[in-house]
Structures are given as C-alpha cells and as structure tokens.
Design a protein around this ligand. Structure first.
Ligand code: SF4
Ligand code: SF4
Ligand code: SF4
Length: 317
C-alpha cells in the first residue's frame, strides 16, 4: 500500500468527517505520532508503515466529532468492541482500514542500536528494517524487532472498515498457535504460576500507564485503583496491592480485551500485562465461543446473563 493512496482516501474522507485521525512522523525518524487531520494540506504529512504503532481507535469514545480513523487489523477490533458496548456512534465514524504486515517494537529497535540517536529508518521490504545511526547503517530482520503481538496476529486485515486501503492479508496462524504461549503458562503448576507473576509484578511501579493506554479502560476518573471513597487499594508498593490492581484490571477486561497490545507497549517495566487478559480471552472462547471485538453482532458474555449457561456446570463452581 503506497502512502499516496492513503492520503487520497483521507482527503476524500474529509468531505464528510470533521477530523481524520492518522499517523505522521514523530520527533525522530523511528517514532510516529497520532495526528488529527482537518485540512487536505495536513493529509500530505500522513504516513503508514511499521512505525505506526499506536491504536488510534482509542480516541473515538471521547471525541465528540464526526471522525474518520485509520486502523490496522488489531486496532479495528477496538471499533467492533466499542460498537458492541455502545461506546461510539458507528454512524459518525468512518473506518479506514489498512491490511498490516506488522509493526516494530520501538524498544527492540533501540536495544539493537545500543540506544544510539536515530538518523533514518527505512523498510525496503516487509521483512527488513534498515536503521541509520551515527555509527552507521544497521539491517535488522523484521521478525527480530516486531511487536510481540504481531507474532500471534489472527487479524492482519481489519475486521471492520468502510474503505480498505490495500489488498487483504490472511493470517498464517491458527487460534491454537496464536495462544500457544498462554496455554504453556496455564499448564504450569500453581506454585510456578505464582512465582512467575510475583517476579513480573515485583517490577510494577503502579504508574498505571497500562491502564491509561488501554482503549477498553473506560471508567476514567472513577477507576477503583485511585478511588478514595470507597478506598479499595492503598498506594503501598507491596505485592498484595500490586496483585490487587492487576486482578481488577484483568477482571474489568474480561471478555473485552481486544489484544491491541497497547498496555504492554506503554509499560515502562516490560511486564507482560496482556498475558492475564489473553488467558481470560481464551477462557471466554472455550466457554462462550466468543472473541472480543471480532463480530459486531455479538454481545460480550459479561453483558448478558443466562440462568443456566450452556457450558458452565454450575454445581461444580
Ligand atoms: S497484530 Fe497484526 S494487525 Fe496488529 S500490528 Fe501486528 S501484524 Fe499488524
Ligand atoms: S488490556 Fe491491553 S491489549 Fe487488552 S485492550 Fe487493553 S491495552 Fe489492548
Ligand atoms: S504500566 Fe507497567 S509498571 Fe505501570 S502500572 Fe502497568 S504494569 Fe505496572
């Protein structure tokens, strides 16, 4: 997909939408930044390539304007989930979908360069990243620096769109291969799992970046992590309180996490915070044959109630 085609589509969308949410180059060549395009001239600065990591759909619930938004496959699931939860008015949103071959993890690229200043980044083909620093040019395999979520991507082509910019791409994964890491961790003993999460959450500094970046964390100012009345969690930096925060986060995302990976991208401590939600998603699939953010006509299981759930043997609970 050439960026010229995307610019054309954005200019066309501006005839109806007040704003188009897209990407432009950020403070250096490795970073992109979300941009809010309101004029055809601004559309000329738009880019789309593996640097475009942010989930732009996150802006929609609080935007009180008729908008268009550029989405990758994973991010498009946010739109579907918003539709299911009536958090957006679909009639006021134009979805510009882009089939996606993967994005880079900025942290992985920086680590490979030894945290050198970035002079230029190019993508000669979908498998290669070339980074220029003051120390010279470095060629990297996309597979080595891709975001973790791309390794288990089931939906490279957006699941919902008004306009698709590019040819659809099929995932080469199955549900089983995509969730292999979750199943492996789940198969460990209770003690091993406890030790794993204690080690991971020990690094948590309770900065709440994972929550703030999450498009489905919509309680905003009334988040129980910071509520003083009632006061559910203290600010103490101990394992109990950290676990409590993460359990609440995971449970509030039960059947709602669209696996956009924004929580993990935002975490400054490299904690695999999406693993818990993906485990719950796997349970949702098994119990209700439901995947968050995939079919607009679905109802999230936690939004419905049935006295006798078909796949839950209630007497054993
Ligand atoms: S998870 Fe899929 S759609 Fe999302 S960035 Fe990676 S390859 Fe693209
Ligand atoms: S928990 Fe993480 S992966 Fe899931 S929707 Fe929120 S930010 Fe995206
Ligand atoms: S972003 Fe990371 S460090 Fe911050 S609260 Fe979330 S898990 Fe903890």
């Amino acid at each position: 997909m050439g960026p010229e085609k995307l610019k054309e589509v954005i200019k066309e969308a501006l005839k109806d939408a007040e704003v188009v949410i897209a990407y432009k180059e950020g403070f250096d060549k490795l970073h992109s930044t979300p941009c809010f395009v309101t004029t055809p001239e601004e559309a000329d600065a738009v880019i789309f390539d593996p640097r475009c990591v942010q989930n732009l759909a996150s802006y929609l619930p609080s935007l009180k304007k008729k908008a268009a938004v550029v989405v990758k496959g994973c991010d498009s699931r946010t739109i579907v989930q918003y539709m299911q939860e009536a958090l957006i008015d679909r009639g006021k949103v134009t979805v510009i979908g882009i089939p996606c071959t993967g994005i880079v993890s900025i942290k992985k690229v920086m680590a490979k360069t030894g945290h050198q200043p970035i002079l230029d980044v190019t993508f000669p083909d979908k498998n290669t990243v070339v980074v220029k620093t003051p120390k010279g040019e470095q060629k990297m395999a996309m597979a080595d620096v891709a975001a973790d979520k791309c390794g288990s991507c089931l939906y490279p082509t957006p699941v919902v769109y008004d306009q698709l910019v590019g040819e659809p791409i099929e995932s080469d994964k199955t549900y089983e291969t995509a969730y292999k890491d979750v199943a492996e961790l789940a198969a460990k003993s209770l003690e091993e799992k406890k030790a794993y999460w204690e080690k991971e959450f020990d690094r948590c500094i309770r900065c709440y970046a994972c929550r703030n970046a999450c498009p489905m964390c919509v309680c905003q100012d009334s988040c129980i992590a910071e509520s003083r009345d009632p006061h559910w969690i203290s600010q103490k930096s101990n394992p109990t309180e950290k676990f409590m925060f993460h359990m609440i986060h995971a449970l509030h995302l039960a059947g709602r996490c669209v696996e956009c990976g924004e929580c993990e991208r935002a975490c400054p401590m490299g904690i695999p915070v999406n693993m818990l939600k993906r485990k719950i998603n796997q349970d949702m699939k098994e119990l209700y044959d439901y995947e968050p953010g995939v079919k607009p006509e679905d109802k999230p299981p936690m939004f419905t109630f049935s006295v006798e759930e078909k796949k839950i043997e209630e007497h054993k609970l």
